[in-house]
Ligand binder design. Structure first.
Ligand code: ATP
Length: 352
């Protein structure tokens, strides 16, 4: 267990109901790694984080932090003895203490002016040490909270939806800052989010959760391009699913043949995961599909298209090419890479 900063084995926690919030969960976090726990509301992300922090006891399973068993086998190390720093979404700063004093609180009263100066510099807050929380922006408060969590030199930082209180335009900058600070300090971090874009940007690795379990872990591009289940594909990256039938030479769909040979017998029904950049369409009087709506995204537009079957599919085009709703169009798949295909909800391998 000691090559990892965190190891969870068979973690299970049930609150009042019969359905466990976390069930038989295995998780490993490498030293220096930022791991994003991602999943829909109620899937057990925060419960997992709180189990690791020691705020709640598991019903079953084990947790080791930096090679030391902190829960399981009759042992339970309390949160303050786990060497873990926490950053919450509401920052939890003391309103009557300045930024520097808030950070000093993390240092437990030790003489620490050099350490505070270092942490203020690290988090880009040199000029704000004397300010009170209400005199700081949301992003600055978030950096104070991170500096306070880092002050104790924890072996692990846990962040629970750390950016959800920030405006959309500020979030991007703050998460870049936070990632840079975590990397500069070589910190190991686990953070919880339901925002896939945030997870893809911030995580070195992602762990996708569904109903108390981790269903897939991997690097961001691996999770994005090869979701192992339909659930993961649906959760990551605005995916449409197109029914298809396996043929010797590809997968037959209602908008043509996908040039991809699957490792399934011909005639098997599958679902093809299609994202808006995998589809090409053009205006055509003879087209059997139709543009229903256009969503302006700035540099490009996303079009909602109705296929001959009535099924909906989304596709993008550069902002320079406008097509009106109501226009008949012809659509084809042109992904330029293999598409993920699913049979009974599970990813299908391509034929070698
Ligand atoms: P969200 O993204 O909405 O914060 P989450 O994935 O973090 O969700 P959890 O907060 O871990 O989900 O909750 C998982 C399940 O456990 C939910 O069904 C929730 O209602 C339940 N739960 C969490 N904490 C408690 C508690 N203290 N008492 C009873 N049930 C709880």
């Amino acid at each position: 267990m000691d090559d990892f900063a965190v190891v969870c084995r068979g973690l299970t926690k049930t609150f009042d109901g019969e359905i466990p919030a976390v069930y038989d969960l295995d998780l490993e976090v490498r030293e220096g790694e930022i791991l994003a726990l991602l999943g829909p509301s109620g899937c057990g992300k925060t419960t997992t984080l709180r189990l690791i922090a020691g705020f709640i006891r598991p019903d079953a399973g084990e947790i080791a932090i930096a090679g030391r068993m902190v829960a399981g086998g009759g042992r339970f190390v309390p949160p303050e003895k786990r060497g873990v720093g926490m950053v919450f979404q509401e920052h939890a700063l003391f309103p009557h203490l300045t930024a520097a004093e808030n950070i000093a609180f993390g240092l437990d009263g030790k003489d620490s002016s050099r350490q505070i100066a270092y942490l203020l510099r690290l988090t880009g807050l040199e000029r704000f040490g004397d300010r009170y929380p209400h005199e700081l922006s949301g992003g600055e408060r978030q950096r104070v909270a991170l500096a306070r969590a880092l002050a104790t030199k924890p072996v692990l930082i846990l962040l629970d939806e750390p950016f959800s209180n920030l405006d959309a335009d500020r979030r991007a900058q703050v998460r870049e800052d936070v990632r840079a600070i975590l990397k500069a300090t070589g910190s190991t971090a686990v953070f919880v989010t339901h925002d896939q874009e945030e997870a893809l940007f911030l995580g070195d690795r992602l762990a996708v959760m569904d109903r108390g379990r981790i269903v897939q872990t991997g690097a961001p591009d691996e999770i994005f391009h090869t979701p192992q289940t339909r659930f993961v594909a649906e959760f990551i990256g605005s995916t449409d699913f197109l029914p298809g039938v396996v043929r010797e030479d590809g997968v037959e769909t209602e908008i043509g043949l996908l040039d991809q040979r699957l490792d399934l017998p011909p005639g098997t029904e599958v679902e093809v995961a299609v994202r808006f950049d995998d589809v090409v369409f053009e205006q055509s009087e003879a087209g059997e599909s139709m543009v229903l709506a256009r969503h302006f995204k700035g540099a490009y537009n996303i079009y909602r298209l109705r296929l001959p079957s009535g099924r909906l599919l989304h596709a993008m085009k550069a902002h320079t090419e406008l097509i009106r709703p109501g226009t008949p169009v012809r659509i084809r798949l042109e992904p330029g890479h293999p598409l993920a295909c699913y049979h009974l909800g599970q990813a299908v391998a391509n034929r070698k």
